[in-house]
Design a protein around this ligand. Structure first.
Ligand code: PHE
Length: 450
């Protein structure tokens, strides 16, 4: 088998991994959650979750992947004597394939809306935009096709390899995404009444903070940092021995947080300036926002037109770097475990998630396509985000905290520097106690026990 790929530079590592983290989750959930759950008060809680759970969780996945230099299954299976832990890697492969299935449908919608904004099809009142979305997403053919197209684009990036495919694409798309975001934020914040939107996003209101707000913040931190899918573990298997794991995790988490915050500063000022109360999830992007930018910049229609296009291009880029990371987990697994060519392995993953995408897409127009009483699309979202991700992250922290040799964990954490006075003790405490207990609480909450 050909030699294993590696990321070629430090910047490549940070941008590719941040590319995985920064995705639709940053744009359609974080701003809304912040606005509704106490603004700056929520941000403080979210930062706490990232510090105490997110970063230790990321470092744990990094340790498993970087040490083993192998796909998710082998990484977990070979770090200790018992092979059974390999199941956590397999769980990651399954979780990421399901997420990729429904995420690609939404990414396909973004492609459609990018085209529609270029051709000026999104102009009209709220009723029109709502109708547009219902007609489009309920169609049995076109959205499914666009979802599969998105997966195929991902496929062809993946088969080019770790450096030429994943790293190069991330180095191009991440800076572009950041520039587009900054331009829209500046334009949006300079609108009349923008201050109202900024105030909605940032004004601290501790009275809104309840225990379920804590749990929501935790769930969002996991999804947004791509934790619990073995994605970070797979990417870390391409890190070099020089990569400092704690520093990288911190930089990625900070970037992910900043971009989520900027997304809020892009959406709320524009929405409030035209008197629209934004919501969350797909309806924010596809029903509330399509005509907001045009209305807000009605005094300069060309600017409104360009900003709409930029907005959907930004979403496509954000989704693309995330789908690449989900696809890579399965590709690396099939490639190394079935000992087949990387391109054949990628095809297995592509076919598997395309099938899920097609059925998810059909379930939007035909809610009879159900599992356990929910349309397939919603079912996949719920199953992965609320159950599979936390379980994956819980098992990883138990594995690294209690089962993997402490020397190995310390060596990976400190990059073999025996004199390093690092945060190792704090990290170990978080991974052994704080992370498992908090995730256990989330799961109990999910099952309705607390
Ligand atoms: N973190 C991505 C987002 O915020 C989603 C994701 C989840 C990516 C799991 C990879 C693995 O949209």
């Amino acid at each position: 088998m050909a030699e294993r790929g590696n990321f070629g530079s430090r910047l490549g590592i940070i941008l590719a991994t941040a590319g995985s983290a920064v995705g639709l989750g940053n744009v359609w959930r974080f701003p809304y959650m912040t606005g509704h759950n106490g603004g700056a008060a929520f941000i403080l809680i979210y930062l706490g979750c990232i510090l105490m759970l997110g970063i230790p969780g990321m470092v744990s996945e990094f340790i498993v992947g970087r040490h083993s230099q192998a796909n998710a299954y082998r990484a977990y299976a070979t770090l200790t004597k018992g092979k059974g832990w390999g199941l956590v890697g397999i769980l990651g492969v399954i979780t990421s394939t399901i997420i990729l299935g429904f995420y690609a449908v939404v990414a396909g919608w973004c492609l459609q809306y990018l085209g529609a904004s270029v051709f000026g099809e999104l102009k009209g009142d709220t009723g029109y935009v709502q109708q547009y979305f219902q007609t489009f997403s309920g169609d049995p053919f076109r959205p499914a096709l666009l979802g599969v197209v998105f997966i195929l684009i991902t496929h062809f990036i993946i088969v080019r390899g770790v450096q030429k495919g994943i790293e190069r694409t991330s180095k191009l798309l991440m800076p572009l995404l950041f520039i587009l975001l900054l331009i829209i934020v500046i334009a949006s914040c300079s609108l009349p009444n923008a201050a109202k939107g900024i105030e909605f996003l940032l004004r601290p209101d501790f009275s809104k903070v309840s225990s379920s707000v804590f749990l929501e913040a935790l769930g969002q931190a996991f999804f947004s940092l791509s934790l619990g899918t073995a994605c970070l573990c797979t990417y870390a298997s391409y890190f070099t021995k020089q990569t400092r794991l704690l520093a990288s995790a911190t930089q990625i988490a900070v970037l992910d947080f900043l971009i989520a915050l900027l997304a809020g500063l892009m959406i709320f000022p524009a929405a409030f300036s035209v008197g629209v109360e934004p919501d969350s999830g797909p309806s924010l992007i596809f029903i509330t926002l399509p005509n907001v930018f045009q209305q807000a910049f009605a005094f300069m229609p060309a600017l409104g037109y360009v900003i709409s296009i930029m907005f959907y291009a930004l979403l496509v880029f954000a989704a693309q770097t995330s789908t690449i990371s989900m696809h890579e987990i399965g590709t690396a697994f099939f490639h190394e475990e079935l000992k087949i060519k990387r391109s054949s392995a990628a095809w297995i993953e592509t076919v598997a998630c395309s099938l899920i995408a097609i059925f998810c897409s059909l379930s939007v127009g035909n809610p009879d396509i159900q599992l356990l009483g929910k349309p397939l699309m919603d079912f996949c979202d719920l199953l992965t985000a609320q159950y599979m991700l936390p379980v994956g992250a819980l098992l990883t922290s138990i594995f690294v905290g209690w089962f993997v040799s402490k020397t190995l964990v310390r060596e990976e954490f400190t990059n073999w520097d025996t004199t390093a006075k690092s945060f190792f003790k704090v990290y170990l405490f978080c991974v052994r106690f704080v992370v498992p207990v908090c995730i256990f609480l989330i799961l109990m909450h999910q099952f309705g026990v607390i």
